[in-house]
Design a protein. Structure first.
Length: 313
């Protein structure tokens, strides 16, 4: 079922249903416009260049005698006490920060009523983030969750990182696994916890339909040593928004039903379920102090990034 608005047109090389190398490679060129370097991915996406600036870590370098103008907060009191002369610590800025993506390509993400599948939009965003990361001299890594398997891309710097991720996304999107071998989303979070270097910037790209209340503990552990962002991919039909007035066969991973979209009751029921899910995600993100962003599968990614919705930080 397609219900494509006249204003929305697919990004270059994309058909909205399948993934190819060309459509994901084009985000390498798009990433250039978001720099200068050392700005957070999120400062560019949200237009908050100062408040969202990514904090770089500082590595201890050496101790030397105190000099006029040194920051008194950096005085090494142990060495000072031992030698009887004031010493100060020197630090070097830690330039490289791993960016780790958890990309959900599960059954509920293989859905789209207008422009493209949610899984396609998630892959587009993952590609953009990967090119942005290496532009900032960061390493990029990922775990791709298909609902039945986990595909791991260890954090890698320079061009190899995005290219490895892009090829993994294409392979994962094409693969068809037996639904009886389903993996819980918690297994992806657990694997992310093992793979993630401390101090990572973690981005979870999903519709979060597989997220459970029991996952809060794992997310809390991850958040102790990393920065986490949630990016929720949604489709207008999930909210009952459609100009389609016929009856259509709709299926997800759990059930298959005929829905009459001309009936107001059908659209209201869909919106009610969506609002319930939103309430759950908002509460989860808020309780863990994880910023929650939203992108739609009904509009090209680059059109949305100027005014990306951020619910709390």
């Amino acid at each position: 079922m397609t219900d494509t608005p006249v204003t929305a047109s697919l990004p270059p090389h994309s058909d909205g249903v399948n993934l190819c190398l060309a459509e994901l490679l084009q985000y390498k060129n798009q990433s250039v416009r978001w720099l200068p370097p050392a700005q957070s991915v999120w400062s560019q996406l949200n237009g908050q260049h100062m408040s969202r600036k990514k904090g770089r870590g500082m590595n201890f370098s050496e101790v030397r005698p105190y000099q006029a103008g040194d920051d008194i907060r950096a005085i090494d009191w142990r060495v000072t006490a031992r030698t009887g002369k004031t010493h100060t610590k020197l630090f070097t800025e830690e330039r490289e920060q791993p960016v780790m993506l958890l990309v959900d390509l599960g059954a509920s993400m293989k859905f789209g009523s207008q422009l493209m599948l949610k899984s396609i939009q998630a892959a587009h965003f993952a590609s953009l983030l990967s090119w942005l990361a290496v532009s900032e001299q960061d390493r990029i890594g990922a775990i791709i969750y298909t609902g039945t398997q986990l595909i791991e891309c260890k954090p890698t710097a320079r061009q190899q990182g995005p290219l490895r991720l892009i090829n993994a996304l294409i392979d994962a999107h094409q693969s068809h696994s037996d639904e009886s071998d389903s993996l819980p989303f918690s297994s992806a979070l657990k694997h992310l916890h093992h793979l993630c270097p401390k101090g990572s910037e973690i981005v979870v790209l999903s519709d979060f339909y597989q997220l459970a209340e029991t996952d809060k503990r794992r997310l809390s552990q991850l958040r102790q040593h990393n920065r986490i962002q949630f990016v929720q991919v949604h489709d207008p039909l999930e909210q009952g928004q459609t100009s389609f007035k016929g009856t259509e066969h709709v299926a997800d991973s759990r059930q298959s039903v005929w829905l009459d979209f001309s009936a107001k009751k059908t659209r209201e029921k869909l919106n009610e379920q969506y609002l319930g899910h939103q309430h759950f995600i908002h509460d989860m993100a808020l309780s863990l102090a994880i910023p929650l962003h939203q992108i739609s599968a009904a509009e090209p990614l680059m059109q949305q990034l100027g005014g990306m919705k951020k619910h709390h930080g």
